[in-house]
Design a protein around this ligand. Structure first.
Ligand code: AGP
Length: 612
């Protein structure tokens, strides 16, 4: 994980680097640091905690360097301490490195370097890179720039793992070298200033022109020149992409937290995503009906919340398309022997498009020759660029670490894709296709009503926020929502929360229940309503508190058989996840707030998980 930023220009680099770090803080926020170079002086400032702490610290140093690199960290190797924060230097302090990723062979490299008398001050894997560069550059006094580049190429050739790097060398003061393998890196192209970033948000405020780097590209950045080389040091042609986004309004718009703002944006983000699809559903996903016609098997892959979206879609696909469909965690898919039947469509879902596990799973699916479609929220992200086809959800930036609006937009995209496939394979009539899409198009109004339940849900949260364990139950499409409700709650409240298929509790989880424990059942008035009521009875018989997330139909049928109920509008039963998940997002948010948690940046997490 971690975010890296670089700046080469004419202005003082520190404030620009800090801005970049703030935009990248979603990638990690346990410590941060920066280095600027001015003539032959490299100055480094580091601090533990958020970028705001580094900002204060930096102000004390009056840094003047017009070239610099910076880093915000999510610790992998070594605790979040000042010494472990990046940038890391060699023994001389002439070379500084920022790194996102993991150097898997760092232990062997470090032992070798120690045996050659290098002094290490951190516990990180990254520090070896600075010392390895030192060995290459120690006695170099001519052809400085060429030798700098050569040294980076040679050193990275012995690194194993994943990395995006930004490197400064005092002897070439106005130049940054960057490179990447399996971790994202983008260059921002400005007027008399150029940038480096883990993603475009690092520099989008300054320029919307970007160069996306590929693995084993080596970029040499100066204020007025950018060159890219391959590992044989051949200069490469590159494309500058003009991004269709200007600095987005990424403020909180009066909301106390990004999470609350993003929950409230869902009527609009779902609407925009649906409109994007319905403009021309046959071409919305890039893949043609002709290509979909012979699909015999579907794999869907994601992590965390995105995985839960694929789990919901599995129910839709099997129902509408009658095609075997699996939803799988990317981290599991990558490292097991999977069956690879012909005519498989592999669908990848990721808000960031940078999740390392999902990217690794995509590589595997590509190697198997599967057609790949990604559903991402971030333009030109790694996943998007690697897939055969990409559909972009229309969410705008999602800043809160806990994903909310990306999930419902992913559901909207997956539902539409399920309908498209069902049509392509001939499993539904064109009337049924229209009916399903019409129901989807009506959803934003119901979503508005779900968001408006905040007051009622807050009352519920006030009653239960002191509890230490919560159980969520659901069946069919609402089972993944039980998992998502539990994930959201544990992420931002640090309380124990477990989601189960309602029919499973009697097979073990019921042993967890005790008097007062809140058990939240997602139970619209659908064909499984009576089964859900059975689960509620079992729960209440153990003295636990039964809370229903239901619809108007279900509420009538309930006849007071639960302790509490949140009543959502009636929608077709396969669409209820769009509404129930919003109720659970609000529930998690309100419990976290009552417990004074750090809602947008919960402990130990990062928005984009770019390490496997
Ligand atoms: C959700 O609230 C999480 N923070 C996390 O589970 C996230 O969904 C997961 O890491 C996948 O991220 P992606 O969608 O960017 O791939």
């Amino acid at each position: 994980m971690c975010g890296i930023v670089g700046y080469a220009g004419e202005k003082s680099s520190a404030p620009i680097l800090i801005k970049g770090l703030k935009a990248l803080e979603y990638r990690g926020y346990d410590s941060a640091g920066l280095a600027t170079v001015e003539q032959d002086n490299i100055e480094i400032v580091k601090s533990v905690g958020k970028v705001a702490v580094l900002e204060e610290e930096t102000l004390k140093h009056n840094l003047k360097g017009i070239t610099g690199i910076a880093h915000t960290r999510w610790a992998t190797h070594g605790k979040p301490t000042t010494l472990n924060s990046h940038p890391h230097s060699d023994c001389t302090g002439d070379i500084v490195v920022v790194h996102n990723g993991i150097i898997e062979n760092y232990k062997t490299l470090k032992e070798d370097l120690l045996s050659r008398n290098h002094k290490f001050i951190s516990d990180t894997d990254t520090e070896v890179i600075a010392h390895l560069l030192e060995e290459k550059l120690n006695n170099v006094n001519d052809n400085l720039e060429d030798n700098f580049l050569k040294a980076v190429v040679e050193v990275t050739s012995i690194l194993e793992g994943s990395y995006a790097l930004g490197v400064l060398w005092k002897k070439v003061p106005n130049t940054i070298i960057g490179t990447r393998v399996k971790s994202p890196l983008v260059c921002g192209v400005g007027e008399n200033e150029n940038f480096l970033g883990s993603d475009i948000s690092a520099f989008i405020e300054f320029t919307n022109k970007a160069i996306y780097l590929n693995d084993e590209d080596f970029i040499v950045i100066k204020k007025d020149e950018i060159k890219i080389y391959d590992k044989l040091l051949h200069e490469k042609y590159f494309n500058v992409i003009e991004l269709d986004i200007n600095a987005e309004n990424s403020g909180k718009n009066g909301y106390e937290h990004y999470m609350l703002k993003e929950i409230n944006e869902q009527p609009f983000t779902v609407r925009s995503t649906i409109e994007e699809v319905l403009k021309d559903i046959n071409h919305a996903f890039g893949i043609t009906k002709e290509e979909l016609k012979n699909i015999k098997n579907i794999m869907m892959i994601g992590c965390g919340t995105a995985y839960h979206a694929t789990m919901v879609a599995k129910y839709w696909i099997e129902e509408f398309c009658n095609i075997p469909c699996q939803a799988e965690y990317a981290s599991e898919y990558k490292y097991r022997q999977v069956a690879m039947p012909d005519e498989t469509l592999a669908i990848f879902v990721s808000q960031s498009g940078e999740t390392a596990d999902t990217v690794a799973a995509l590589e595997k699916a590509r190697a198997a020759g599967f057609k790949t479609v990604s559903i991402c929220n971030v333009f030109a992200s790694t996943l998007a660029r690697m897939s055969d086809y990409t559909f972009y959800t229309k969410c705008g930036s999602e800043i809160s670490v806990a994903s909310t609006k990306a999930f419902t937009a992913q559901l909207a995209a997956l539902f539409s894709l399920a309908v498209l496939i069902a049509d392509a394979v001939g499993n539904i009539s064109s009337d049924k296709k229209d009916e399903l899409l019409n129901e989807l198009a009506k959803l934003p109004v119901a979503i508005e009503a779900a968001v408006a339940q905040d007051k009622n849900i807050t009352k519920l949260a006030e009653k239960y926020y002191k509890q230490s364990t919560f159980v969520f139950l659901g069946r069919n499409v609402n089972y993944p929502i039980a998992l998502e409700g539990a994930l959201k709650l544990k992420e931002i409240t640090y309380l124990q929360a477990e989601g189960f298929p309602a029919g499973e509790i009697k097979h073990g989880p019921i042993a967890l229940l005790n008097a007062e424990m809140p058990v939240i059942s997602i139970m619209p008035g659908d064909k499984l309503f009576d089964k859900m009521v059975n689960a509620c009875e079992e729960v209440m018989a153990r003295g636990a508190k039964s809370i229903a997330i239901t619809d108007e139909k279900g509420f009538k049928l309930l006849e007071g058989r639960v302790e509490e109920a949140v009543i959502l509008p009636n929608v077709e039963e396969y669409l209820f996840p769009f509404l129930s998940v919003i109720a659970l997002q609000i529930f998690a948010y309100r419990i976290a707030k009552l417990n004074n948690r750090e809602i947008d940046q919960p402990r130990n997490l990062a928005k984009s998980v770019t390490v496997e």
